[in-house]
Structure formats: C-alpha cells, structure tokens
Design a protein around this ligand. Structure first.
Ligand code: GLN
Length: 453
C-alpha cells in the first residue's frame, strides 16, 4: 500500500467518523497528500525511515508552519505559527504525514477535553463519555483509527490519562528528553511531549524521532538517545516491580484495582518480582501541583496580550482596555481560573506560603521516587481513580476534576518517565495502568509494556 492510499484511507475515516467524535480541530488534506506523495518518492528511492509515509496527528499545541495552531483556545483561533516545533519538524524530516491537529483542553488545562473552545471530544468506546485530557483529541483519533498514531503532551497526566481512557499506550518521557521548542507552554517545568499509539512498539518508533537534544530548548538534556525498538523483546526475568501502597488505598475504582492485580499475576508469570513499596508524600501531590502549574501558567500566558499575536478585541478604547478585553474575551473560564490562582500564589505576600511550600513538597515527592528506585526497577499503579467519566459530569466542579489527576501528577513533579498501557475493560470502558521508571528509562518501560502486551 502506498502512503497516498494510506493517507486517503485515514482522511476518509476522519470525514466519516469525526463529526461524531470531534477529535480534530484542523484537518489538512492538501498538506497530508503532498507529504504522502513525497513519502512515496522516498520509499521508492530508498531514503525512507520507519515512519516515512505514516499518517500522524499532532496535538494542537505543537506549532506547525502554515497550519493553524489554536491550543484549543479562542485566543489562538487565528494563529498560524511562523515556524515549526522541533517535534513536528523531526516528524516531517522522517517523512511522516501530518493529517491535522487534534482537539485538547484549552491551553492543556483539563482532564477531559471539555474546556476546548472547539467543543468536547467524545470517547470512541462510548460517545457519552470523555476521552480524557488534555490530549483527548489525540487519544480519540488514535483509538478510532483516524490516524496511525499521534503526539500528546503531559504536564500532569495529559498523555497517560487519555491513553488509559481509550485503551492506548502513551509515553510521558523524562523531563528534558523531548524538546519543548515550539510547544505552546503551559507549565514549563512539567510539560513534556510524547507519543500516543496503539502499541508500545509504535510508541518506540515515535520516540525514536521525538527524543534528542535540542539547543533551542534550554532544558533539553544532552544525553545519547537509546534505540527504543532494540530492547522490546528483552526478557522481564528478575524485573523488580513496586506497587505503591498509597495508590491502592481508598478512592480507587474496584474494577481498576482488580485489573491491576491480574496484571501483577501476568508480570509474575513473565518472571518479574512484585512487592509493595511506599511513596509517603503522594497525598501532597495534588495541592502542590495545583499551585506550581497555575503559577507557571500565569507567567507563560502573560504573553497573550492582544498585541503581538492571537485574539484582539474590537475597538479598544486605549491600551489598558485592549489588554483587558482581549484577555477577558480570548481566554475561557478554566484558563482564567488558573491565571488568577497562579498570580495569587506568586504575589509578594503569598509567595512563601504557597509557591515556596509547593516547591518543597515537590522535592519530597522526587525524593520518594529516588528512594523507591533503590528497591525496585519500576513502579506499577493505576492511571486514574476511575475509567472515563461522562461528558458534563465533572465540568462544573473543578476540584473533583483536579482530583482525577492524583496518580499521574507525581511523575511530572519528579520529572520521571511513565508509560500508560491498557489493563482491560469494565462495562465497555477501558481501564488504564501505568509503569513509572527512573530518569531516562524509556527503553525499559517500552520493553516492559511490549512484553505485557
Ligand atoms: N489535568 C491536569 C491539569 O489540568 C494535567 C493537564 C496536562 O497534563 N496538560 O493541569
């Protein structure tokens, strides 16, 4: 099959099914077909890579030159970036095809893709349910076979939680492994791009393209990139898996707990040793994250002022009016809430009480992981307390939505990598679990996920 045929196949599926799912904000058939033609040429002349001609979708916060990048916001509804993000540039260089840009929570703030300016995305397994978020468009598009694989970003779980809600495999790499250049910033010390795909094998191929040093990102780590596919078939004999007891306490849905117990048996059958461990500061993660992430967001989002790019209000009376109304009209409710919380936490009188405390907790959480990795190689735990909830169920109660991030945000605070993988189904909805590893253990995580699958 040629890349043009494959691309046409996916474009047709998008046309047929995306009306019901709303997983794409922008579909780019012309761009995709011209890239597919070029890919077929490369396949013919022997310059192809593993991803040449493979149709992908990108979360709509990776800047793409000449193709709108909205970040799920009215603020950037008209924004066409003048440059390409490092991640998407690497995919283009590898010869992959860009089918379009996927729906997401506005500025990646959310866990359900309901805060998008473009309306919610629906979960293909049950369209009354959310696909998770913030990378819910990418998750739904891959799960519904509207693209071969997709990119996502994970600040507090936005790759792993939607992967769990849609039966996909999604990898949040070590902080600094994948370049953030050209990725619209939410919380810069937590944001990390990664692959969302049907299998660990596909994630490995995607990671091979995405990972690597980038001098344009000051937090990019200059360390050799592993061969992510080479170790997929390594044995799990002797692998030490830890189950953090705090993650299996109250609040965890029974079907998810059972599914993880079944997975434990399978890992043991594959030769792994499983034991209980402790991450004692886990319960502090939500309050710390919901200070740090909004604080960084309030600073990052100050650039959207109606002057340089993005939405500008009509007929401003003066400069202050232009700032106020452009931001007031351009940002949605959740984004405004985060900006207010963040600006408050950073303000002179409250910095010590909130931001500084949160940073100290962050260090304790990191230390918990470091201590755990002295006893075990990886940590196995759920991705979220419940399977996908219903659209509308939590949107009016932000705190209940924040609480769903309880198992994912610790990895971002510590900067360690995590892979979400399918753990089964209950009542027709996917259950998710994740493996967290030490810094730069992506190849091992992919190997374990592959052996399990
Ligand atoms: N749900 C979390 C938040 O709203 C995480 C989102 C993300 O990882 N981008 O901040």
């Amino acid at each position: 099959i040629s890349s043009v045929e494959l691309t046409e196949h996916y474009l047709k599926r998008i046309e047929q099914f995306d009306g019901a799912l709303n997983s794409f904000i922008t579909v780019a058939p012309e761009l995709a077909l011209s890239q597919a033609k070029a890919a077929d040429q490369r396949l013919a002349d022997g310059t192809a890579t593993a991803l040449t001609g493979i149709p992908l979708a990108h979360k709509d916060l990776f800047c793409t030159q000449g193709l709108r990048t909205s970040c799920g916001s009215k603020m950037l509804d008209n924004f066409v970036a003048p440059y390409e993000s490092t991640v998407t540039a690497r995919f283009i260089e590898a010869g992959a095809v860009t089918l379009g840009k996927t729906n997401m929570d506005e500025f990646a703030m959310g866990s359900s893709t309901e805060s998008s300016f473009y309306g919610p995305t629906r979960n293909p397994w049950n369209t009354e349910h959310v696909p998770g978020g913030s990378s819910g468009g990418s998750a739904a598009a891959v799960a519904a076979r509207l693209c071969a694989a997709a990119t996502g970003t994970d600040t507090g779980g936005s790759i792993r939680q939607p992967a769990g809600f849609t039966a996909l495999t999604g990898l949040k790499p070590t902080y600094g492994r994948v370049s953030r250049w050209g990725m619209i910033a939410y919380a810069s010390s937590l944001d990390q791009g990664g692959p969302m795909a049907r299998t660990a094998e596909d994630c490995a191929l995607m990671m091979q393209v995405m990972a690597g040093f980038d001098s344009q990102d000051s937090t990019s780590v200059d360390q050799p990139v592993a061969d992510y596919s080479a170790s997929l078939n390594d044995s799990l004999k002797g692998l030490r898996i830890g189950l953090p007891k705090e993650y299996f306490a109250s609040g965890l849905d029974a079907a998810t707990a059972d599914a993880i117990q079944a997975a434990v048996k399978q890992f043991q059958a594959l030769g792994a040793e499983v034991k209980e461990i402790s991450l004692p500061n886990a319960e502090l993660a939500i309050p710390a994250y919901y200070v740090i992430a909004p604080a960084e967001a309030s600073s990052n989002l100050s650039r959207f002022d109606g002057v340089r790019f993005g939405y500008r209000c009509e007929h401003p009376a003066d400069l202050t009016d232009l700032y106020k109304r452009s931001r007031g009209e351009g940002f949605g409710a959740e984004v405004k809430r985060r900006i207010m919380v963040g600006a408050y936490a950073l303000s002179a009188g409250y910095y010590d009480a909130y931001y500084l405390q949160a940073q100290k907790i962050r260090r304790l959480i990191k230390n918990d992981f470091m201590a755990a990795y002295e006893q075990v190689d990886v940590i196995l735990c759920p991705t979220s307390p419940t399977p996908a909830f219903k659209i509308g169920e939590k949107i009016d109660d932000p705190v209940s939505l924040y609480l769903t991030d309880i198992y994912t945000i610790t990895a971002n605070l510590a900067g360690v990598p995590g892979i979400a993988l399918p753990a089964g189904f209950a009542n027709g909805l996917p259950l998710g679990m994740q493996l967290l590893g030490p810094y730069f253990s992506e190849a091992r995580l992919l190997n374990i996920a592959h052996q399990y699958q």
